[in-house]
Write a protein that binds this ligand. Structure first.
Ligand code: KG4
Ligand code: ZN
Length: 333
């Protein structure tokens, strides 16, 4: 029996998960509510909250999986990319646990883990497949050749897709993180109500900063005419914003399918929880005769189950790291 304890602490969620022989048995996530009042994640507050949360979160993951800590074969942890102070808490915990129990350590790349979340449940993609990874910090198109062999073929030149959602939400007066709220309002709005620009970027790269500026100007212009604009048109605004962000993402994914000839397409990362993206990806799959893979909601945003499953596959390869391992804020996919 191979039992992996997965630890995630790259941003503002403290999470622990137990994976037994490739099956996820628990996935505990402690959200940090402290950041909402600042309109974004405050790194110092995040690392302090991780310190408070990590031990109870790991205890709960072990308890829910119905195992004893003595059963754990190895510890997998997020090494990066992410906030250094936050990563340090998970890394230090994982190292101490592995040292105390005399078990191996597995370092995991957070962006690869978002992609490997597709191997938690069926149906699972086969190699090679294309993955659009969209989170608060990244927007990437990745050609996934094997569990740990991934090629970055497109990325954002400025803001990430999640940032585009969150920064737009801020302009609209919505609290952080605004992505899920835009999604909620968009459900009852008209996506064609406002025309927003689509940037013309070469190749498979993305840009979202122009969109953010266009929305700011639109809101300022309309508010001068009607101070109630944001109250009366919120649903239409959110639907139009969501439509444009999704079309920017999917037009590039379509181009990637045409360029590579790979006909399995997946999405991953926090923004893959977006209902507009999920629905329209299914449409794109039909149009391109490509097989579509969409993770369950709980495996889209940051979680330790994806770290544990990545750890399970790394364990099979015997790729362990020593106690001298340190976290890194920036890391290629
Ligand atoms: O992957 P993730 O949990 O954390 C990072 O690694 O960044 O992604 C968080 C991002 C945030 O920007 C959040 O607003 C966005 O994912 N997000 C959404 C939705 N749910 C989360 N964006 C749009 N629609 C959603 N339903
Ligand atoms: Zn993430």
């Amino acid at each position: 029996m191979t039992v992996i304890l997965g630890i995630e602490s790259s941003c503002d969620e403290t999470s622990a998960s137990i994976c037994i022989d490739g099956k996820i048995k628990s996935n505990i996530i402690a959200n940090q509510l402290v950041h909402a009042k600042y309109g974004g994640v405050v790194p110092e507050a995040a690392s302090r909250a991780h310190q408070q949360n990590i031990i109870p979160t790991v205890h709960e993951a072990i308890k829910q999986a119905n195992i004893a800590k003595e059963d754990i074969s190895a510890v997998a942890f997020t090494r990066g990319p992410g906030l250094l102070g936050s990563l340090l808490v998970g890394t230090s915990f994982a190292k101490s646990f592995a040292l105390a129990r005399q078990i191996p350590l597995l370092d995991i790349n957070h962006m690869q883990a978002h992609i490997l979340a597709h191997f938690i449940e069926d149906p699972q993609p086969q190699f090679p497949f294309l993955c659009l990874t969209v989170s608060g910090g990244h927007t990437q198109i990745v050609l996934v050749k094997d569990y740990f062999e991934m090629e970055l073929i497109g990325e954002t030149l400025d803001d990430a897709a999640g940032e585009a959602f969150d920064k737009t939400a801020k302009i609209l007066g919505l609290p952080y993180p605004g992505g899920p709220l835009i999604d909620k309002y968009a459900a009852t709005g008209n996506a064609r109500a406002f025309a927003l620009p689509e940037p013309q970027i070469a190749g498979l790269n993305f840009s979202f900063s122009g969109l953010k500026t266009a929305i700011l100007y639109l809101v300022q212009r309309e508010m001068r005419q009607d101070p109630e604009f944001l109250n009366t048109r919120m649903a239409d605004l959110c639907a139009s914003v969501q439509e444009r962000i999704v079309s920017i993402l999917l037009n590039k994914l379509k181009k990637a399918v045409q360029q590579t000839g790979v006909r399995q397409i997946a999405i991953a990362g926090g923004v893959s929880a977006n209902s507009g993206l999920r629905t329209q990806l299914l449409g794109l799959g039909k149009q391109l005769r490509a097989e579509v893979f969409i993770p369950k909601f709980e495996y889209c945003t940051d979680n330790a189950a994806m770290i544990a499953i990545a750890g399970y596959h790394k364990f099979q390869k015997g790729e362990f790291v020593g106690q001298d391992i340190t976290p890194v804020a920036r890391m290629a996919v």
